[in-house]
Design a binder for this molecule. Structure first.
Ligand code: BDR
Ligand code: CA
Length: 308
């Protein structure tokens, strides 16, 4: 089985992605490193611990960094609930996070599983950037890096041009995309192209399992927000990234290109600038997912919710 390390900021769609990973027969989740992002670190850590408990997977959880590298950022509590899990006031998790910092855990696990580790980042890239600053040889030990982030044709979801995970910590994203020779990127535009109707999602949520019941509760607020804001379809950014991570054979179309993160820019800070025509002569560093098998994606979602 492939060792899988997930850096995440749960977050309602992170939770769905984690359930998919726990459920997968070809992968072993070796740890969750937790970022601040959707909400503050104290909530994202607690949410991760709670989700592991509900899913019956006592995966080690490592708390990361509270702040982006340079500038304070705006969170997304208005989407995910002020606690990141829909403010349902769940009972406190029975377990605590490990003492080791997330950036150190990333490095340690990269040695323990050198050459084999699948690293999936579902939140701002602060922990990964810190790990790279501590040890720039990290990429040589990672078999594959999958990142949910960016908006490759500048249709942002947090500003006009930028996607949330990158805009939250653009410097960290810049460090990561420069350091890794190739990143599999699942951007916001891919997410928008892989939505599904709310009523279909609600059918999966009716599965008779503790996971489905918990997910139904924590996602209710976000589903209402999305239905008001975006109309018919439900989108799950991190779940699509996880589907691509777990089953790359489902990818139908990928574009490899050079990409960099805009750090200045009055309207474009945090934008992922893709050199579509390769005008600047830089090597390709991202493989952008354009199209994924929709039925396979949805089947994974449904079974992750139904699993016991
Ligand atoms: C991304 O931002 C967060 O709100 C989600 O969890 C996802 O990772 C989408 O832009
Ligand atoms: Ca996320």
């Amino acid at each position: 089985r492939i060792p899988l390390l997930i850096d995440t900021d749960p977050g309602v769609d992170d939770a769905l992605a984690l359930l998919m990973a726990f459920d997968d027969p070809r992968h072993d989740v070796v740890g969750l490193t937790i970022a601040a992002g959707n909400v503050g670190l104290q909530h994202t850590v607690r949410n991760a611990l709670k989700l592991c408990e509900v899913a019956g997977h006592p995966v080690p959880v490592f708390a990361g960094t509270q702040e982006p590298l340079l500038h304070p950022a705006r969170d997304a509590g208005y989407v995910h609930g002020l606690d990141g899990f829909g403010d349902i006031a769940y009972d406190a998790p029975t377990r605590a996070a490990e003492a080791e910092h997330a950036a150190l855990a990333i490095l340690r696990l990269s040695h323990a599983h050198a050459g084999k580790l699948l690293l999936v980042a579902l939140g701002p890239l602060t922990n990964l950037a810190l790990a790279l600053k501590l040890d720039p040889t990290l990429p040589s030990r990672i078999a594959r890096l999958v990142v949910m982030g960016g908006a490759v044709t500048a249709h942002g979801n947090i500003t006009a041009a930028a996607e949330f995970n990158i805009a939250f910590d653009p410097e960290a994203a810049h460090i990561v995309f420069n350091a890794f020779p190739r990143t599999d990127l699942v951007d916001w535009e891919a997410v928008m192209a892989h939505g599904f109707p709310h009523d279909r999602f609600e059918r999966w949520l009716q599965a008779d399992s503790p996971r489905a019941r918990f997910y139904d509760a924590i996602s209710r607020r976000t589903r209402d927000w999305a239905a008001d804001r975006r109309g018919e379809d439900w989108h799950s950014a991190d779940a699509l990234a996880m589907a691509h991570a777990l089953a790359p054979e489902g990818a139908l179309e990928i574009a490899e290109r050079p990409m960099t993160v805009e750090l200045a820019g009055r309207h474009t800070r945090g934008a992922t600038v893709v050199d579509w025509r390769r005008e600047e002569g830089r090597p390709d560093n991202v493989a952008i997912l354009l199209r994924y098998e929709q039925a396979a994606f949805e089947a994974r979602l449904a079974s992750a919710l139904a699993a016991r």
